[in-house]
Ligand binder design. Structure first.
Ligand code: SF4
Length: 446
C-alpha cells in the first residue's frame, strides 16, 4: 500500500432509497402539498424518481420550496412532460380499468423522449466475432465505456438524467454487462484503447467486493493506462467513502489500482456548489484523494438547477479548494425532459464565459459549454459578427474521427438553438467537417 487513509470516526448511517411509493411519507415529513404528490406520481410513471435520506435531509433546502435547485434536481417537475401527456396520464391513472391503456401511453411517451440520444445504440456498441458486446460503448478511439450490470442504478436520480432509460426497468433499453470477460477480450483485440470509463448508472452503488470483480481483471491488461469511474456518489451519498461498512475497503481498492501504475480518475458529477458544502462530502473528497486517485468534475448546465454564472463560479472554486479538477460544463442532451431543462447555446456560452472570468488560473482547466453529440464533443467557444452575419464559433474537442479533434468550424447564430441539430453549418466549412456533422445540423441556405 502506498497511501494511507485514517479510519473515519463518524457514525455509520444506513442507506435508504425513497421512490414513487414513498411520496406520501416524504410529503408528510417535509410538507409537500397534495398537487405536488400527484405530480410526482404522474411524472414518475414515465421517468425515474429516486432520492435518499441524505439528499432529503442535507441537500434540499425545504424553506425555498419547489424553486430550490436540489429539489429541481431530484424531484419530478411540472413541465417535464407536455401538458397533453400529463393530462392523458392523469385521466388514465384515475381509473384502474385503464391500466393497459396507461401502460401503452407510458411506452409511447418514452419512445418520443429519444431514450438513446447521439446514436448510442446504433453507432457506439462494438461487436466482436460477429456479436454485439452488451454493456460496452466505443465511440472515441482511445476510450471504451463499460456498464457493469450491477451498477446500473444511482444513489438518487437526477431529473435531467440523459441515461434515464437505464432506470425504467426495460431490459431492451439498457446497457449492461454481467462481468468484464467481454471487455477484457475486446481490449486484447484493441490495444489502441488506453482508457476505460466504468459508468452507469453509478458504479459506486456496487459493494466493494462486486466492484473489485469488475476492476481487478483490468489491471492485467497491459495496454490500459487509465481507469475512470463515473460517479455522483460524492454528491448523493458521500458515506460510500466515509462510513459505509466497506468504505475503507473501497479506498484500498483504489490504492491498488493506483499502485498498479494506472491513473485512476474519479469523474465526479457535481451539479451545484451545495453538494460540496457538507462535511461528509468534504471528507469523502479528502479520502478519495488520499488514495492517489485524481478527481475530475463535470456536470451539465441545467435550467432551474444551475443556469447562473455565479453558481458555476462558486462550484468550480469549491472544486479547486477541494483539490479536484474542474473539467466539463456540458449542454443538456436531446433526450428525456430536455424541453424543460435546456439552456440555449447562446445563453450557455455567456454563463460559461462570465463564470470562467472569475476563476483563478488553476480552475481554468474547465471546458464548456460542450455538446456530447453524435459526431463528437463540440464546444461552443462564442459567437462573432461578420460581413455575412452572426456565427457561432464551434470546435471539436473529441470526435469519432480523430482527424477532426481540435478543428474549429462555425454555424449560423440562433438565439434559441439548444443542440447541434438546431444549427446550420457554414457551407464554407471543410468537407470532412461537414460530412461528420451531416444529418446532425441543418444545411445552411444563407
Ligand atoms: S447520477 Fe448520472 S446516471 Fe445517475 S441519475 Fe444522475 S445523471 Fe443519471
Amino acid at each position: 500500500m502506498i497511501f494511507t487513509t485514517e479510519p473515519s470516526t463518524r457514525t455509520a448511517e444506513r442507506f435508504r432509497a425513497f421512490g414513487p411509493r414513498h411520496i406520501d411519507e416524504i410529503a408528510d415529513r417535509y410538507g409537500l402539498p397534495e398537487d405536488v404528490r400527484e405530480l410526482v406520481r404522474r411524472v414518475s410513471l414515465v421517468l425515474p424518481f429516486r432520492v435518499n435520506g441524505y439528499v432529503l435531509d442535507q441537500l434540499v433546502d425545504w424553506d425555498r420550496g419547489p424553486a430550490d435547485p436540489m429539489f429541481q434536481l431530484t424531484f419530478p417537475q411540472q413541465g417535464m412532460l407536455t401538458e397533453e401527456d400529463d393530462r392523458q396520464l392523469a385521466k388514465l391513472s384515475a381509473d384502474p380499468a385503464d391500466k393497459l391503456l396507461l401502460r401503452e401511453a407510458v411506452t409511447d411517451i418514452r419512445e418520443r423522449l429519444n431514450p438513446h440520444p447521439s446514436g448510442q445504440r446504433e453507432l457506439n456498441v462494438p461487436a466482436q466475432d460477429g456479436a454485439s458486446l452488451a454493456g460496452l460503448q466505443h465511440k472515441y478511439r482511445e476510450t471504451v465505456l463499460y456498464f457493469p450490470s450491477q451498477g446500473q442504478t444511482c444513489h438518487a436520480y437526477c431529473t435531467y438524467c440523459f441515461r434515464w432509460a437505464q432506470f425504467i426497468g426495460d431490459a431492451d433499453l439498457r446497457f449492461a454487462a454481467p462481468d468484464p470477460s467481454g471487455l477484457i477480450r475486446y481490449l486484447a483485440a484493441h490495444p489502441e484503447v488506453h482508457d476505460v470509463l466504468v459508468t452507469g448508472g453509478d458504479p459506486m452503488v456496487m459493494s466493494t467486493e462486486r466492484l473489485r470483480t469488475h476492476l481487478e481483471p483490468l489491471l492485467d491488461v497491459e495496454s490500459l493506462r487509465t481507469i475512470r469511474i463515473g460517479t455522483k456518489s460524492v454528491a448523493y451519498w458521500p458515506q460510500r467513502f466515509v462510513t459505509d461498512q466497506d468504505a475503507d475497503d473501497v479506498l484500498r481498492l483504489f490504492e491498488k489500482v493506483v499502485a498498479s501504475g494506472r491513473q485512476l480518475a474519479v469523474m465526479a458529477h457535481f451539479s451545484h456548489p451545495r453538494e460540496l458544502e457538507t462535511d461528509l462530502a468534504q471528507e469523502a473528497l479528502r479520502r478519495i484523494r488520499a488514495t492517489g486517485a485524481v478527481i475530475y468534475c463535470q456536470a451539465p448546465l441545467i435550467a432551474h438547477v444551475n443556469d447562473d454564472a455565479d453558481v458555476w463560479g462558486r462550484l468550480w472554486r469549491a472544486e479547486l479548494r477541494a483539490g479536484a479538477v474542474p473539467y466539463y460544463m456540458f449542454v443538456e442532451r436531446d433526450t428525456g425532459p430536455q424541453e424543460y431543462f435546456k439552456v440555449p447555446l447562446a445563453k450557455a456560452a455567456g454563463i460559461f464565459r462570465d463564470a470562467y472570468r472569475t476563476l483563478p488560473g488553476l480552475a481554468r482547466t474547465v471546458r464548456g459549454p460542450v455538446m456530447s453529440a453524435t459526431p463528437g464533443k463540440v464546444v461552443v467557444d462564442g459567437d462573432e459578427e461578420t460581413g455575412q452575419g452572426r456565427w457561432f464559433q464551434l470546435r471539436f474537442l473529441q470526435a469519432r474521427d480523430p482527424s477532426l479533434v481540435g478543428r474549429p468550424f462555425r454555424a449560423r447564430y440562433r438565439d434559441d438553438a439548444a443542440w447541434l441539430h438546431d444549427l446550420e453549418i457554414d457551407p464554407q466549412a471543410p468537407a470532412d467537417v461537414r460530412a461528420a456533422v451531416h444529418g446532425h445540423m441543418r444545411a445552411c441556405t444563407a
